[in-house]
Each structure stands twice: as C-alpha cells, then as structure tokens.
Design a protein around this ligand. Structure first.
Ligand SMILES: [Zn+2]
Length: 577
C-alpha cells in the first residue's frame, strides 16, 4: 500500500493542479469560521476558499478590491459565484485562495492550519491532512509561495527522501520562497527580541519562568511587565501569587538571578508560548484590524476636526492624589493642545467640555480645583453626575462626526482625543493610551432618561450601532494614532510606560472593558491618553509644572500631524522643540 502511494504521488500532485485550473467547485470537507463575515473552507483535493459577506451597500468592485487587491480578478469571482454583477448583502461569496490578497491568504491559511508558525528563516507548515489525505509538497508550495513548481526547492531544503508527506510532519518553507504576507511574519520574528521567559512544568503544573536582573523589582519587572496588570490591588495580589508559586517569603528583597515562576494563564497573550490559543487569537486580531486602517491624509491638518475631551470636570474631580485633582490638569492640557493646534495648524478644534472660569492655559504650575465645567451639548450639561458627563461626551462626539460625514461621506476627517491622568500602582510611570479593542465593543447601545432626552445630540441619534468591520477599523485606525503619539512623546523625551503603552482595554479586578467615551464613540480615530500616573511621585511632580504640560501639548500636536501624513517642515520644527 505504502509503495503504491509512493509511486502515484508525482502524478497525483499534477492531477490536483489540473483540477484547480478547471475551476470546479467541489464540496467542502471543513469550514472554519473566522468572524461573522468571514469563513474559510477546504475541499477534497485541498482547494481553499474564503467566504465573505459583502458589506451593506458594497458593490462588486469594492468587494473584489477588498479581498483580492486586483480588479482584474472580478470576472473569476463572478464566475465562481455564478453572479452577473449584483451583490446580495448578507450572503457569503466564495473567493478562491489563489485570488486572495496577501493578507487574506494569510488569514485564510492560519484559520485552517492553526498549528503552523513562523520560525527564524522559515515558515513551518505542519501537515494536517484535513481534507482526507496529507497535503502534498506541491500544494504546500502553491499555498505558501504562490507556485506549486517550487515543491522541488522545498523538498531539497527539507532534505526529504520521499515526495510523500505524512500527517504531523513539519515542512519548512524557506523565507526566500515565501509570499510577502508569510515572509513578513518571519521577518517580524527576526526583529523581535527573544522572549525573556522560558516555560516548564512542576508539581503545580505549567509555569513561565523569569530570572530577576540586578536592580529589578517583582512589581515592575515581572507583574506589570508580563501580566499587564496596573492597578495597585491587582498588582499586589499577583505579586503575592507569584511569590507563593516561587517560594519567595519577602517580595521586597529578592536576590538578583532568582527564578520567578508565573502561571501562564496570567501572562499577557504576547508573552505566552507561540502555540498558545490566546496568543494566536491575539495575533490574528492584530492582523485583522490592520486590514481596515483608514488614515487621514491632510497637509497641515487642513480640513481636520480635532475633538479634545478633557476628562472629568464640574463636580467630577477625577482622581485626587496628594491634593492634585485630575480634572484641573486635564482641562489645562486640553487648552494647551488647542492653543498649539490653532497657532500652528489649520485644524478645527472642538472641546467637549467648557469651563467658563478658564479660557486660557494657566501660567501657573500648580492648579486649583475648578467646578464650572459643562459638557457642550445643546443645551450644555453642567457636570453633576459623572456617568452622565461621560455618556454625553460620546453623544456629542457622534453628533460632530455625523456632521463631518454629511459634508464628506468618504473622508470625514475627525480625530478624538480624551485626556486623563491615571492612578495606578505607584511603580508605574509615564503616559499610556487606550484604544477601542474590537472584541470589547458592542453592536449597539443606547442610554435613556431625562438628562439625555433633553439634549439635541441624543435625540438626533439615541442609539449607536457598529458593524464588525467598523469595530475592526476603529481598533486598527486608533492603534495607528496611538503609535504616532507614543513615538512623538518618546521623541520629546517625555516619560512613556515602558512595556505596553498602547492597550485595547482596561483590566481591573478581573474585569476587562474599554472606557465608555471610546466604546460608544463612532469617530474611527479615537484614543484616550493617560498622560501620567498620579500615584507615582515623579509623575505627579512633573504634571504640576507648566513646562511639562507645554511639552506634552507640543508632542500631541506633532503626533496628530504625523498621523495625518504631514510632511510640512514647520511641523517637524514643532516636534524638535
Ligand atoms: Zn480619568
């Protein structure tokens, strides 16, 4: 039996290639759901198809461009789906693997073969045989390099005596042969630092281990870095848990070189082993949200509306630490950012909150409490209830966005920036940004009650709705905006959280969420800047200097220009200041 299969193998691979050209539509033997709008199927004979739902109002050209990047494939897509040229929203269309753009090839491939991985110098394909027979070298070459004929190179590279593959066998496809989308996965690995963690098993189960370096403390070097926890109670509890697991009696005096053991389930996804399902899901979500990034292109921010949202205000002071009230400093920062934007760009600036007592940034370093703030809805809402204060901000933001959409449906050009100061474990330092993580957003949401009903912005659109594509687009777009901000803050030598300055969600007391002002906001480019940590003595002292607040404002303005692709030399001068 084995001998017969061996002899037949070469003929078999070519026969399969021929079926593919004929474009038949064989029955699927396995389908993997990627999302509500995406599925991947594989048939006997290893033909792979992506199934995608057209978006409401999406025409065939837009659909084809989205999934194949090449309008010339339109005829084939229509033929495969037996369509003339009208799309039915809501029903899945089939796109053959070989027509897909690089990114969608990778999404489809990784969905079907979750055991595949990138390694130094190669993509490792684990033969799965999901369609009945182990996939041939020819098929593997076609999927990963775009050319089945490359099976010879792959065979040579793996020093394979036989052309036959077996389930579970690992086939290495060298980086030089890979399609760009797979090559970039290997390249990303090479620029990445090697993991500082090693993994093992003891009588208590699996663990990740880390050896403390000289001068490193358990809180910052281990808990905050690897588990992503930030709030004091969470950080302390995890430190105790790790201490127990590692046989540490006093967490404040651990010798350098000591091996600390962490439960793998407590690690951030990116620190988990390469084959961990949560890590793979996290990587897939990054890839998926990057598909829909819509950047604003505007020289000198012309035509761009920047919505600045100073956190808290009125009766809502925000965090108060050592007499420093978050609200007063957020408002001052917003005024500085507005002044810089108005002096140096053509952006239109709108503040969500206005405090009649304060019109210009204070020349003083230390600021007093203020209580005059109102959310600038129609009519304004003098902030009494902090929750209503928050919800009315996103209603206002959505009204501003709707207006921009009315003017320019394809390119509304609005950026939303909420400004806060955090109160975290005292060892955490520097700025951090929250973005709307796709999986924490809902399909629709609405508030009710008199406070809302009385306001125009609410009555215009009481319920907000998001499609999955919009949720993905906002995560991807907001991440780019946040990356620009981190870059400019670092360039200006301002303190930035060293490990994970950009986060898709807040984690606290075992719960995870996106702040409401981002969660229900329709502006695709939206971030919440935690400018510093009030519980950190150095951060708190810095916030109480007008020079620091000016430098933050300059860096934020530079980052908005950078996000909008501005190459104006005047902008660069702002950056260097
Ligand atoms: Zn706050």
């Amino acid at each position: 039996m084995r001998f017969r299969r061996l002899r037949a193998s070469a003929a078999l691979v070519f026969a399969l290639a021929a079926t593919r050209i004929a474009g038949t539509e064989p029955e699927l033997v396995r389908t993997v759901v990627v999302s509500d709008e995406l599925k991947v199927g594989i048939s006997r004979g290893d033909l792979v198809f992506l199934f995608a739902k057209p978006l409401p109002g999406e025409g065939i050209n837009a659909f084809v461009r989205r999934f194949t990047d090449d309008l010339q494939t339109k005829e084939r897509v229509l033929r495969v789906n037996q369509l003339s040229d009208v799309l039915k929203a809501g029903s899945f269309l089939r796109v053959p693997y070989e027509l897909l753009s690089g990114n969608y090839k990778r999404i489809a491939f990784e969905a079907l073969f979750p055991d595949d991985r990138a390694e130094k110098g190669a993509w490792i394909h684990k033969v799965a045989g999901i369609s009945g027979e182990p996939e041939s070298l020819w098929t593997i070459a076609e999927w990963l390099t775009g050319d089945g004929g490359r099976y010879r190179d792959i065979r040579q590279f793996n020093k394979l005596a036989s052309l036959l593959t077996e389930r579970g066998q690992e086939i290495r496809v060298p980086v030089t042969l890979l399609l760009p989308a797979f090559r970039s996965a290997v390249a990303a690995l090479e620029t990445e630092e090697p993991s500082p963690l090693t993994f093992g098993h003891d009588e208590k189960g699996a663990f990740a281990s880390y050896r403390l370096k000289k001068g490193e403390a358990l809180y910052s070097a281990v808990v905050i870095r690897f588990t992503g926890l930030l709030h004091a109670a969470d950080v302390n509890a995890e430190a105790q848990k790790i201490a127990g697991r590692s046989g540490i009696s006093d967490v404040r005096s651990i010798p350098a070189g000591f091996e600390v053991r962490i439960t793998p389930a407590d690690l951030l996804p990116e620190y988990r082993p390469a084959d961990d399902p949560e890590r793979r899901q996290y990587e897939r979500s990054l890839l998926e949200s990057a598909q829909f990034v819509s950047r604003i292109r505007a020289e000198n921010l012309r035509g761009v509306t920047v919505v600045l949202d100073p956190g808290h205000g009125g009766r809502d002071t925000g965090a108060v630490v050592g007499g420093v009230a978050e609200a007063a400093y957020c408002y001052d920062l917003a005024l500085r950012i507005r002044a810089t934007l108005e002096a140096r760009s053509q952006a239109k600036v709108i503040l969500t909150v206005s405090d009649a007592d304060l019109r210009l940034p204070a020349s003083r370093d230390v600021l007093d409490f203020t209580s005059g703030a109102s959310v600038m809805t129609h009519p304004p809402y003098p902030i009494v209830d902090s929750s209503a204060g928050v919800h009315l901000r996103w209603y206002l933001a959505n009204a501003i966005f709707a207006m921009a959409e009315k003017k320019n449906r394809d390119d509304p050009r609005v950026i939303f920036l909420s400004i806060h100061a955090d109160s975290l474990h005292p060892s955490v330092r520097g700025a951090m940004l929250y973005i709307p993580g796709e999986k924490y957003l809902r399909e629709s949401f609405s508030k009710s009650g008199d406070i809302y009903q009385a306001r125009l912005e609410y009555r215009q659109a009481p319920r907000v709705r998001f499609s999955r594509r919009e949720r993905l687009a906002s995560e991807g777009t907001s991440r780019q905006l946040a990356e620009s901000m981190v870059e400019e803050l670092r360039r200006a030598d301002l303190p930035v959280h060293p490990f994970h300055p950009i986060r898709e969600n807040v984690v606290r007391s075992g719960r995870e969420w996106v702040p409401a002002v981002l969660r229900y906001n329709r502006i695709p480019a939206r971030v919440l800047l935690e400018v510093c940590n009030l519980n950190n003595d150095e951060d708190r002292a810095l916030l109480q200097t007008s020079r620091y607040r000016d430098r933050v404002a300059a860096a934020v303005v530079a980052s908005l220009a950078e996000f909008c692709g501005d190459s104006d030399p005047a902008r660069r001068a702002v950056r260097k200041r």
